[in-house]
Design a protein around this ligand. Sequence first.
Ligand code: ARG
Length: 564
Amino acid sequence: MVDLKSILAEKISEKTGIDKSLLYGLIEVPPDKALGDYSLPCFRLSPVFKKNPAQISMDLKNRFTLPDDIVRKIEVKGPYFNMFLDGNEVTKLVIRDIVEKDFSDIGEEGKDKIVVIDYSSPNIAKPFGIGHLRSTVIGNSLKNIFKFLGYNVIGINHLGDWGTQFGKLITAFKKWGSEEGLKDEPVKYLYNLYVKFHREAENNPGLEDEAREWFSKLERGDKEARELWKKFCDLSLKEFKRIYDRLGVDFEYYLGESFYSSMIDETIEKIKESGITEISEGALIVPLEDMPPALLKKSDGSTLYLTRDIAAAIYRHSRFNFDLMLYVVGSPQSLHFKQMFSVLKKMGMDWVKNCHHVAFGHIRFENESMSTRKGNIILLEDVLDRVVELAKSIIQEKNPDIKDKERVAEAVGIGAVIFNDLKSSRIKDVIFDWNEILNFNGETGVYLQYTHARISSLLRKFNERYGSIEYNSSINFGEELFSIAFKLKDFEPVVLKSSEEFEPSLIARYLLDLAGEYNSFYNRYRIITDDYGVSLSRILVSLCVKNVLKSGLELLGVAAIEEM
Ligand code: ARG
């Protein structure tokens, strides 16, 4: 994309002999537009020229002959060398670049690089709660972002399909469950059995022993235990996939925890060989600095989530030889990942430096608790249904004749939930507010979708009146489209930054700013007027805004809508 800072650094470098990359690092966008579009603070040049900064900025000004091709005015304010750009020329540069751009493929950045993303990873036989939504949505967006940058991306769903809870579930199913019960809503049914198990076990500790026995049977490959477990997995997956379809999410691999159960002994051997383990009260542990020890094997011989994660990391490294691996998991698991990374590091697995825990905060509904144990979990599907219903009634009101109402409502509703999740930096808690989620004028998905649809409709109108939209170099954009163009040019740098910080919210914020800039133009000026030249310049900028909005929304996993 057009890099104005680089163009300016080049110009100043030519005129002064100062190193371009030094200048590039110094040029900034001033906090106030009245101070210029770009500014070069000259403090750091002082040692180079052995002069005071104010003198240097004055000298710089004297070397510039104006007007230049893109600089319209220069003002010196003490040590600051402030540049004002020619709006028409810059808009031209930016628009020419974007109009011709194919956003499906900008990626040199990730060429020949492999990134593994572990995301969503819900637990079998537990409803897909709103809590797993964040991992799903953030992980999916990161996947889109890295793909966009040309990476080879491998998405893995690390399903929670192993562990002692399956012993409990089998026990409960055998005691109180039936095939019949699994017919309608199997996951809810299994989950209720699981809740019942915990309730009953409070007065009947024998149940825990039975559960342990069933899990150990499962681990040994007992036929009955295996069959029940497999059934629970299949039923749950079917339900999860229904949700993934609605969210537009998919995975290269479903490799749940059970997949690693056969590698556990070998992994534990490997860890032992590296000489970092100890036995403590019958359990196998790795003592760690500044944190509690990593527990690899309990005294009863059962292994843990952590052990399976260590096995998984080693397996993934040997299979995929990744350059980067991301675990998109809530911040309550920070210690877990710290321990896991420390163990791998102690084992001499140097590549662990490329593994990152991409943590995030909770979703908060007022007055509604979200624990699975207590049995009052908020089901994601219920939330999605309710949002889509709400979207439908709003659309009905605003545009009763719209075709494809169901499809649009689904895209708006789902988009609203996804965007709400991505609009703030991920580590913050997300507030789910029914009054805000579909606000057409708020910081919402529907606001962006609506802006996109509005431009689509303008494009159709332009087309009817003036024919196809063609860029040519003699178009005059004037000054008033400049602030939109100035935003447009930031799209790719923002995407790049979001990949470096694993932060889709940067794109979400950017799109809100861009739409805000465009809509304030739209509210002041007409796009299609009786003047062909004026209309063409405005529609071209609109088209570029549309293309960037569409690409950006798709990176977030939100559908761009043509008509609504
Ligand atoms: N199933 C886990 C949970 O729901 C998340 C797994 C995340 N991935 C991992 N490799 N630990 O808490």
